[in-house]
Design a protein around this ligand. Structure first.
Ligand SMILES: CC(=O)[C@@H](O)[C@H](O)COP(=O)(O)O
Ligand SMILES: NCC(=O)COP(=O)(O)O
Length: 257
Protein backbone atom coordinates (compact mmCIF):
# COMPACT_ATOMS: atom_id res chain seq x y z
CA UNK A 1 0.00 0.00 0.00
CA UNK A 2 1.59 3.33 -0.96
CA UNK A 3 0.82 6.65 0.67
CA UNK A 4 0.12 9.86 -1.23
CA UNK A 5 2.60 12.74 -1.28
CA UNK A 6 6.24 13.19 -2.19
CA UNK A 7 9.16 11.57 -0.43
CA UNK A 8 10.39 14.14 2.08
CA UNK A 9 14.02 14.76 3.00
CA UNK A 10 14.78 15.68 6.61
CA UNK A 11 18.34 16.99 7.01
CA UNK A 12 19.92 16.09 10.35
CA UNK A 13 22.33 18.85 11.42
CA UNK A 14 23.80 17.16 14.49
CA UNK A 15 27.30 16.96 13.09
CA UNK A 16 27.56 20.61 12.20
CA UNK A 17 27.38 21.02 15.97
CA UNK A 18 29.98 18.26 16.40
CA UNK A 19 32.46 20.37 14.40
CA UNK A 20 31.46 23.53 16.26
CA UNK A 21 31.86 21.87 19.66
CA UNK A 22 35.31 20.61 18.73
CA UNK A 23 36.55 24.13 19.54
CA UNK A 24 33.73 25.27 21.81
CA UNK A 25 32.94 28.35 19.74
CA UNK A 26 29.93 29.35 17.65
CA UNK A 27 31.16 28.32 14.19
CA UNK A 28 29.92 26.46 12.18
CA UNK A 29 26.43 27.45 13.27
CA UNK A 30 23.87 24.62 13.01
CA UNK A 31 21.07 27.15 12.53
CA UNK A 32 22.89 28.65 9.54
CA UNK A 33 23.24 25.09 8.21
CA UNK A 34 19.49 24.55 8.69
CA UNK A 35 18.83 27.75 6.75
CA UNK A 36 21.13 26.56 3.94
CA UNK A 37 19.42 23.16 3.95
CA UNK A 38 16.04 24.86 3.57
CA UNK A 39 17.36 26.90 0.65
CA UNK A 40 18.70 23.70 -0.93
CA UNK A 41 15.26 22.08 -0.82
CA UNK A 42 15.17 20.15 2.47
CA UNK A 43 11.62 19.44 3.62
CA UNK A 44 12.51 19.40 7.31
CA UNK A 45 15.31 19.66 9.86
CA UNK A 46 16.17 16.91 12.30
CA UNK A 47 18.22 17.53 15.43
CA UNK A 48 19.07 15.10 18.19
CA UNK A 49 19.30 16.74 21.61
CA UNK A 50 21.26 14.08 23.42
CA UNK A 51 21.35 13.86 27.19
CA UNK A 52 25.12 14.45 27.04
CA UNK A 53 24.80 17.40 24.57
CA UNK A 54 27.78 16.05 22.66
CA UNK A 55 26.62 18.03 19.60
CA UNK A 56 23.20 19.81 19.49
CA UNK A 57 22.63 21.95 22.59
CA UNK A 58 19.58 23.49 24.24
CA UNK A 59 20.21 26.90 22.66
CA UNK A 60 20.35 25.27 19.19
CA UNK A 61 16.86 23.87 19.73
CA UNK A 62 15.58 27.24 20.95
CA UNK A 63 17.00 29.00 17.89
CA UNK A 64 15.85 26.31 15.44
CA UNK A 65 12.26 26.62 16.67
CA UNK A 66 12.43 30.43 16.53
CA UNK A 67 14.48 31.10 13.39
CA UNK A 68 13.82 28.28 10.93
CA UNK A 69 10.53 27.96 9.02
CA UNK A 70 10.98 24.28 8.16
CA UNK A 71 9.32 21.68 10.42
CA UNK A 72 11.69 20.58 13.20
CA UNK A 73 11.92 16.89 14.04
CA UNK A 74 13.39 16.75 17.55
CA UNK A 75 15.07 13.44 18.26
CA UNK A 76 15.08 12.67 21.95
CA UNK A 77 15.30 9.94 24.51
CA UNK A 78 12.12 9.21 26.49
CA UNK A 79 13.15 11.02 29.66
CA UNK A 80 11.45 13.59 31.91
CA UNK A 81 14.11 16.14 30.99
CA UNK A 82 13.59 15.76 27.24
CA UNK A 83 9.80 15.66 27.57
CA UNK A 84 9.88 18.99 29.41
CA UNK A 85 12.05 20.50 26.68
CA UNK A 86 9.80 19.15 23.92
CA UNK A 87 6.64 20.44 25.61
CA UNK A 88 8.29 23.85 26.08
CA UNK A 89 9.36 24.19 22.41
CA UNK A 90 6.55 22.19 20.79
CA UNK A 91 8.48 21.18 17.64
CA UNK A 92 6.53 19.86 14.65
CA UNK A 93 7.65 16.34 15.49
CA UNK A 94 9.47 14.34 18.09
CA UNK A 95 11.23 11.08 17.31
CA UNK A 96 11.87 8.88 20.35
CA UNK A 97 15.27 7.24 20.03
CA UNK A 98 17.36 5.00 22.28
CA UNK A 99 20.45 6.55 23.86
CA UNK A 100 23.50 5.15 25.59
CA UNK A 101 26.18 7.58 26.80
CA UNK A 102 28.93 5.24 25.69
CA UNK A 103 27.64 4.85 22.12
CA UNK A 104 29.35 6.69 19.28
CA UNK A 105 26.03 6.89 17.44
CA UNK A 106 22.60 5.30 17.67
CA UNK A 107 23.33 1.59 17.55
CA UNK A 108 19.87 0.10 17.21
CA UNK A 109 16.19 0.91 17.27
CA UNK A 110 14.17 1.79 20.36
CA UNK A 111 12.96 -1.51 21.86
CA UNK A 112 9.32 -0.45 22.11
CA UNK A 113 8.29 -4.07 22.70
CA UNK A 114 10.33 -4.26 25.91
CA UNK A 115 9.76 -0.67 27.01
CA UNK A 116 6.12 -0.11 26.04
CA UNK A 117 5.00 0.59 29.63
CA UNK A 118 7.59 3.33 30.12
CA UNK A 119 6.99 4.78 26.66
CA UNK A 120 3.21 5.05 26.72
CA UNK A 121 2.95 8.18 28.91
CA UNK A 122 5.62 10.00 26.87
CA UNK A 123 3.80 9.25 23.63
CA UNK A 124 0.47 10.44 24.98
CA UNK A 125 1.95 13.63 26.52
CA UNK A 126 3.65 14.54 23.23
CA UNK A 127 0.51 13.78 21.22
CA UNK A 128 -1.61 15.83 23.60
CA UNK A 129 0.73 18.76 22.92
CA UNK A 130 0.09 18.37 19.18
CA UNK A 131 3.58 17.04 18.46
CA UNK A 132 3.79 14.33 15.76
CA UNK A 133 5.34 11.33 17.51
CA UNK A 134 7.68 8.99 15.69
CA UNK A 135 9.37 5.89 17.11
CA UNK A 136 12.85 5.03 15.82
CA UNK A 137 12.70 1.23 15.59
CA UNK A 138 14.45 -1.68 13.95
CA UNK A 139 12.63 -3.06 10.85
CA UNK A 140 10.89 -5.76 12.87
CA UNK A 141 7.20 -6.79 12.75
CA UNK A 142 6.91 -7.10 16.54
CA UNK A 143 8.28 -3.58 17.03
CA UNK A 144 5.86 -2.30 14.40
CA UNK A 145 2.88 -3.97 16.06
CA UNK A 146 3.78 -2.51 19.45
CA UNK A 147 4.38 0.94 17.94
CA UNK A 148 0.89 0.75 16.49
CA UNK A 149 -0.57 -0.41 19.80
CA UNK A 150 1.15 2.50 21.55
CA UNK A 151 -0.68 4.94 19.29
CA UNK A 152 2.39 6.43 17.61
CA UNK A 153 1.33 7.69 14.16
CA UNK A 154 4.83 7.40 12.68
CA UNK A 155 7.66 4.86 12.72
CA UNK A 156 11.18 5.57 11.51
CA UNK A 157 12.94 2.42 10.35
CA UNK A 158 16.60 2.15 11.35
CA UNK A 159 18.59 1.66 8.15
CA UNK A 160 21.96 1.37 9.90
CA UNK A 161 22.44 -2.40 9.53
CA UNK A 162 21.75 -2.20 5.77
CA UNK A 163 24.15 0.72 5.30
CA UNK A 164 26.86 -0.83 7.46
CA UNK A 165 26.67 -4.10 5.47
CA UNK A 166 26.84 -2.24 2.17
CA UNK A 167 29.82 -0.16 3.34
CA UNK A 168 31.59 -3.35 4.45
CA UNK A 169 31.13 -4.80 0.95
CA UNK A 170 28.87 -7.54 2.29
CA UNK A 171 26.36 -7.39 -0.54
CA UNK A 172 24.34 -10.46 0.48
CA UNK A 173 23.91 -9.18 4.04
CA UNK A 174 23.01 -5.74 2.70
CA UNK A 175 20.37 -7.30 0.47
CA UNK A 176 18.95 -9.23 3.41
CA UNK A 177 18.83 -6.11 5.58
CA UNK A 178 17.19 -4.16 2.76
CA UNK A 179 14.56 -6.90 2.41
CA UNK A 180 13.81 -6.51 6.15
CA UNK A 181 13.36 -2.77 5.64
CA UNK A 182 11.09 -3.30 2.63
CA UNK A 183 8.94 -5.83 4.51
CA UNK A 184 8.77 -3.52 7.54
CA UNK A 185 7.77 -0.54 5.38
CA UNK A 186 4.99 -2.61 3.84
CA UNK A 187 3.80 -3.83 7.24
CA UNK A 188 3.94 -0.37 8.76
CA UNK A 189 1.85 1.11 5.96
CA UNK A 190 -0.55 -1.85 6.15
CA UNK A 191 -1.07 -1.02 9.82
CA UNK A 192 -1.86 2.58 8.88
CA UNK A 193 1.42 4.03 10.19
CA UNK A 194 3.39 6.74 8.40
CA UNK A 195 6.75 5.17 7.53
CA UNK A 196 10.06 7.04 7.66
CA UNK A 197 13.60 5.71 7.43
CA UNK A 198 17.08 6.84 8.36
CA UNK A 199 20.56 6.31 9.79
CA UNK A 200 23.72 5.95 7.77
CA UNK A 201 22.14 6.67 4.41
CA UNK A 202 24.50 7.95 1.72
CA UNK A 203 24.55 8.50 -2.05
CA UNK A 204 25.38 4.80 -2.55
CA UNK A 205 22.67 3.44 -0.29
CA UNK A 206 19.75 5.87 -0.49
CA UNK A 207 18.26 4.60 -3.78
CA UNK A 208 16.75 1.26 -2.75
CA UNK A 209 15.23 2.80 0.39
CA UNK A 210 13.87 5.82 -1.48
CA UNK A 211 12.32 3.43 -4.00
CA UNK A 212 10.11 1.88 -1.32
CA UNK A 213 6.70 3.41 -2.05
CA UNK A 214 5.56 3.19 1.57
CA UNK A 215 8.44 5.37 2.82
CA UNK A 216 7.34 9.00 3.17
CA UNK A 217 10.40 10.63 4.75
CA UNK A 218 14.13 10.01 4.89
CA UNK A 219 16.24 11.59 7.65
CA UNK A 220 19.85 11.95 6.57
CA UNK A 221 22.65 13.78 8.33
CA UNK A 222 26.13 12.46 8.95
CA UNK A 223 26.88 11.66 5.30
CA UNK A 224 25.52 14.99 4.04
CA UNK A 225 27.56 17.02 6.52
CA UNK A 226 30.67 15.02 5.62
CA UNK A 227 30.00 15.42 1.91
CA UNK A 228 29.47 19.16 2.45
CA UNK A 229 33.16 19.47 3.40
CA UNK A 230 34.05 18.54 -0.19
CA UNK A 231 31.18 19.79 -2.35
CA UNK A 232 29.23 22.19 -0.15
CA UNK A 233 25.97 21.56 1.71
CA UNK A 234 23.78 22.93 -1.08
CA UNK A 235 25.29 20.59 -3.68
CA UNK A 236 25.24 17.57 -1.34
CA UNK A 237 21.56 18.06 -0.48
CA UNK A 238 20.59 18.65 -4.11
CA UNK A 239 22.41 15.49 -5.20
CA UNK A 240 20.72 13.47 -2.46
CA UNK A 241 17.36 14.91 -3.47
CA UNK A 242 17.97 14.00 -7.12
CA UNK A 243 18.95 10.43 -6.20
CA UNK A 244 15.80 10.09 -4.09
CA UNK A 245 13.58 11.38 -6.90
CA UNK A 246 15.30 9.19 -9.50
CA UNK A 247 14.83 6.10 -7.34
CA UNK A 248 11.22 6.89 -6.61
CA UNK A 249 10.45 7.58 -10.29
CA UNK A 250 12.30 4.43 -11.36
CA UNK A 251 10.37 2.32 -8.90
CA UNK A 252 7.10 3.86 -10.00
CA UNK A 253 8.09 3.10 -13.57
CA UNK A 254 8.89 -0.48 -12.60
CA UNK A 255 5.48 -0.78 -10.94
CA UNK A 256 3.69 0.66 -14.00
CA UNK A 257 5.51 -1.52 -16.58
C1 LIG B 1 18.47 8.24 15.53
C2 LIG B 1 19.53 8.36 14.51
O1 LIG B 1 19.84 7.46 13.80
C3 LIG B 1 20.24 9.62 14.35
O2 LIG B 1 19.44 10.59 13.90
C4 LIG B 1 20.89 10.04 15.64
O3 LIG B 1 20.94 11.43 15.72
C5 LIG B 1 22.24 9.42 15.65
O4 LIG B 1 22.95 9.98 16.70
P1 LIG B 1 24.15 10.97 16.34
O5 LIG B 1 23.59 12.07 15.50
O6 LIG B 1 24.64 11.41 17.69
O7 LIG B 1 25.14 10.13 15.55
N1 LIG C 1 17.21 9.35 12.26
C1 LIG C 1 18.29 9.35 11.31
C2 LIG C 1 18.87 10.71 11.17
O1 LIG C 1 18.29 11.69 11.59
C3 LIG C 1 20.16 10.87 10.48
O2 LIG C 1 21.00 9.79 10.70
P1 LIG C 1 22.46 9.90 10.02
O3 LIG C 1 22.23 10.15 8.55
O4 LIG C 1 23.16 11.05 10.67
O5 LIG C 1 23.10 8.57 10.29
Amino acid sequence: MTQAGKLRLGVNIDHVATIRNARGGAHPDPVRAARAAAAAGADGITAHLREDRRHIGDEDITRLTREIDLPLNLEMAATEEMLEIALRHRPHASCLVPEKREERTTEGGLDVAAEHRQLRPYISELKKAGIRVSLFIDPDPVQIAVAKALGAPVIELHTGAYCEAWNAGEKERAKAELARIAAAAEEGARQGLEVHAGHGLAFDTVGPVAALPQVMELNIGHFLIGEAIFSGLDSAIKRMRALMDEARAGAAGARIA
